[in-house]
Design a protein around this ligand. Structure first.
Ligand code: MN
Length: 213
């Protein structure tokens, strides 16, 4: 996707993730927060028609080639669009189960010992994000293994030479209405919602190499 960017609709109903994530949080998070990143990204590049053909990923990874006056705005808002697109599209009601003998399950078992042990490490890493950011399960390029990384604010994994598999948004706006300061409870709830079928698909994707502009 490229300019003019549009807010993708949720791939499920606002209430689909109840009782783990409440309808009101989903409405505000998707329509207002995610929507604002889309609007702000469009506003940032509106007066730069030479950027209108750049994809979202190209804008993020070629940030240093952007006019200095819009560089920070594009970094923040293109990152916000990328991260929220990924977050919302990798959850589903009831969470699709991880296929026991899938390549992703094999990689998780190899790297963490068991699925439950992986969830513990993922939870601790998500808890340890100081302030606002995300926790990701990723596959390093040229690898059949997985690792957990965290990103601050609206930084993305796109510059880390990895293919993202799942992510949790741990900005307070993602959980404060329902969970208040209980980030741990929110992470437990999120782990019931992961669309592991989408994650398995992401694991098999070719290494994402974004074109240099
Ligand atoms: Mn968010």
């Amino acid at each position: 996707m490229h300019y003019r960017f549009v807010l993708p609709p949720l791939p499920y109903d606002y209430s689909a993730l109840e009782p783990y994530i409440d309808t009101r949080t989903m409405r505000i998070h998707h329509d207002k927060h995610f929507g604002k990143y889309v609007d702000n990204l469009n506003a940032a590049i509106k007066n730069y028609p030479q950027l209108w053909k750049w994809s979202l990923e190209e804008l993020i990874t070629n940030c240093y080639r952007l006019p200095v006056s819009i560089r920070q705005a594009v970094h923040n808002n293109a990152g916000g669009v990328y991260n929220h697109s990924f977050f919302f599209s990798h959850m589903q009601n009831g969470g699709a189960k991880l296929t026991a003998d899938s390549p992703l399950a094999t990689a998780i078992n190899k790297c963490y010992g068991s699925f439950d042990a992986f969830k513990d490490v993922f939870k601790q890493a998500s808890l340890a994000v100081f302030g606002s950011g995300y926790c990701w399960l990723v596959r390093p390029h040229n690898s059949r293994l997985v690792k957990i990384i965290t990103t601050a604010n609206q930084d993305t994994p796109l510059t880390h030479h990895v293919t993202p598999i799942i992510c949790i948004d741990v900005w307070e706006h993602a959980y404060y209405l329902k969970h208040q300061n209980d980030r741990a409870g929110y992470i437990d709830d999120f782990l019931n919602l992961v669309n592991w079928q989408a994650a398995e698909f992401a694991f098999e994707k070719e290494d994402m190499r974004v074109r240099r502009r």
